[in-house]
Ligand binder design. Structure first.
Ligand SMILES: [Zn+2]
Ligand SMILES: [Zn+2]
Length: 653
């Protein structure tokens, strides 16, 4: 029997009695992913490893409706801003944390521009409201005419509905915050304390175990000369510090992690999720620290302890892979944003800003330092500043910055001033960087039940996945002894847990044997059909980052060719109607795959990417509704997708 770390990290307190599985989402296709009836006795529990030990699964007596020992897929958003974020307030957003939770539960809320917005895809399962910690709530208070803050000269113009004034105020506020020249009155800790209380109260009010989970959280809005180093901090329970630790305390993420370590020592458990590494100009996963010193083992341990996940896709672009770093990946060019996040300044350094390369560099650091600082599972998030979690639906897109990008014209998807066609220069300039933003992403979590305890434990063990918006479910396991009839059994998932490690885990070496991988994806019943499932592999060879994309399961009965690619299924979209090809693609893709190039002496990571057939991009939907052609400078269609967290092959413990 090979030594398997997953027994330590995955098998937490597993109950001896298992009920009938209930599925959160709609079950489609021949195999109900995550929906199999659990009848067998699960494996004996083993002690959990640190730091996951802080996040134990609930005891059997506390089991909730919907409990499933084989784990359900839950969809949600861990990146949500409300009127408590000062940029959102400047964008005229007046919606509260309670409004954000109402939206996530499927209700309509009012948009800053006056219309109602609502999720088409139905309620989400979990949400964290993550307002910017810095001066949280101050402009909301300054907007109150009886508050003395409203009389300050700086406050004038911060609440204007005029678009030019909004741009001016956004820049002025951001500059003053970075320069430390905001009015001293803004610095009153009582202001942040009131806002932080509001965040906590809304999370408590809206938490409905078994149906809807809230997390207390906030954004640590760090950067270096505009190079983005933002993180969201997510707390395990309602036990949180009296004030968030923000860049008003320190701009260096290392200081945040040190503070998180100190909280943990006092029983306050949290993790941080970096985002928009694409806007960091190579800094997020750089080989040196903010102080300029090189990475060392203590740094790698502290980072890995506090940041088990990365937000791989959001409205401001997807950070999985960049075409210049992954020239042999035909699908790397997906919702790429190549500018700084708060300005039009172009990115010049992609290495260090994209997650796949960071995973490769992580292996290199592991070889040198003994610890991998970039062992990152994946989630997606919207980064909505409209208090609208999960508002990443292509046909139902209203972007994310209140009045600033509220209309198709403002986000560059229709010609300006009522024109019916695009002028030569007009399309390139239209909408500025808003047109390069994408309707993405969403977080998926595999957990036994919908509770803070179960979902947080899954975040800690990285049993998470990301999507570009659709609620695609993806399973991924690796093991040496997966049963030969795994795909045709009724207990596929139970067997995979018993004989393998799930996404997010480590697979240790086993006497030179090659592992098998279970890859299983089911489409979003309201989304497109699936075209192919891929395994992305990365490793280090002679000190160089290497990667390869393998197609492993093809739709429409097609086969993987010698080039590791599926045959073309020929799926198209009617751009006059945005109607996709109804007769191409599959409801479900599943296979057991073996790496034909497996090297038992080589560290490697593997993750799954599932691609839908092409469908209309949000900008094409906007143009269609306007009766005008899509902006010729934008891709008219995209291939929606899901990414599993990686599994790491570790030749030595
Ligand atoms: Zn941010
Ligand atoms: Zn944000």
């Amino acid at each position: 029997m090979p030594k398997r770390r997953f027994l330590e990290t995955i098998r937490q307190t597993m109950p001896a009695v298992v009920g009938v599985a209930v599925v959160g989402g709609v079950v489609v296709g021949g195999g109900a992913i995550g929906a199999q009836v659990a009848q067998q006795k699960p494996a004996r529990a083993a002690p959990a490893a640190s730091p996951a030990s802080a996040a134990k699964a609930p005891a059997a007596t506390q089991r909730l409706p919907g409990y499933n020992a084989d784990r359900n897929a839950y969809f949600g958003d861990l990146h949500v801003h409300t009127y408590l974020s000062n940029d959102a307030y400047i964008f005229n957003v007046r919606r509260t944390p309670d409004d954000a939770y109402r939206f996530a539960k499927g209700e309509a809320i009012g948009h800053a521009a006056g219309f109602d917005v609502r999720l088409q895809g139905g309620p989400l399962d979990f949400v964290a409201v993550t307002d910017h910690a810095e001066y949280m709530g101050v402009i909301r208070e300054a907007a109150d005419p009886v508050n003395p803050l409203s009389k300050l000269p700086f406050s004038k113009g911060l609440m204007s509905p005029d678009l030019n004034e909004i741009q001016r105020a956004f820049r002025a506020y951001g500059q003053a915050r970075r320069d430390g020249t905001l009015p001293a009155e803004f610095n009153d800790p009582a202001i942040v304390s009131r806002a932080w209380r509001e965040v906590q109260d809304a999370a408590a009010r809206n938490y409905a175990p078994g149906r809807f989970t809230t997390f207390v959280g906030y954004e640590f809005t760090s950067g270096l000369e505009g190079r983005n180093l933002h993180r969201n901090v997510i707390f395990q329970t309602a036990n949180v510090p009296s004030l968030p630790y923000s860049t008003s305390d320190s701009n260096d993420p290392e200081d945040l992690w040190r503070k998180m370590d100190a909280w943990r020592a006092k029983g306050v458990e949290a993790l941080a999720i970096p985002h928009n590494s694409n806007g960091s100009d190579g800094l997020m996963f750089d080989g040196s620290r903010m102080s300029g010193r090189p990475l060392d083992r203590a740094y790698a341990e502290m980072r890995a302890r506090n940041e088990p996940l990365v937000e791989i896709s959001q409205t401001k672009g997807t950070s999985e892979a960049h075409p210049s770093l992954s020239p042999n990946d035909e699908w790397a060019n997906f919702e790429i944003m190549e500018s700084y996040i708060g300005a039009e300044k172009p990115i010049t350094k992609f290495d260090g800003g994209y997650v796949r390369r960071a995973l490769e560099d992580g292996i290199l650091h592991r070889q040198k330092l003994g610890v991998n600082p970039f062992k990152l599972g994946f989630v997606g998030g919207s980064d909505t500043h409209n208090a609208a979690p999960g508002s990443v639906e292509e046909p139902n897109y209203f972007s994310k910055a209140g009045l600033s990008d509220a209309t198709p014209e403002r986000r560059g998807s229709i010609p300006a001033k009522g024109a019916r066609t695009w002028g030569d220069d007009e399309s390139a300039a239209a909408g500025g960087r808003y047109k390069t933003w994408g309707a993405s992403g969403l977080a998926g979590i595999w957990a036994e039940e919908n509770s803070r305890g179960a979902l947080y434990a899954a975040l800690r063990r990285r049993e998470t996945f990301a999507t570009s918006g659709p609620r695609i479910k993806v399973r991924f396991f690796a093991g040496y002894d997966l049963p030969a009839d795994l795909l045709t059994r009724t207990d596929t998932v139970r067997q995979a847990y018993a004989h393998g490690v799930p996404m997010g885990g480590d697979l240790l070496a086993s006497k030179g044997r090659a592992p098998s991988f279970l890859v299983w994806a089911v489409r979003d019943p309201r989304g497109g059909y699936l075209q192919r499932a891929q395994v992305v592999k990365g490793w280090i060879e002679n000190g160089q980052a290497k990667e390869k994309v393998f197609d492993v399961a093809c739709s429409d009965g097609l086969k993987v060719g010698a080039n590791s690619r599926c045959g073309d299924n020929g799926a198209t979209v009617n751009l006059k109607t945005c109607e996709p090809d109804r007769f191409k693609g599959d409801v479900e893709l599943r296979t057991v795959w073996k790496d034909p190039e497996f090297n038992p002496r080589q560290r490697a990571f593997y993750y799954v990417r599932v691609l839908e057939n092409p469908s209309c991009r949000w900008s094409t939907w906007d143009a269609l509704r306007n009766g005008t052609p899509p902006n010729p400078n934008l891709q008219p269609t995209i291939m929606e997708r899901a990414w599993s967290s990686p599994i790491w092959f570790e030749p030595t413990a």
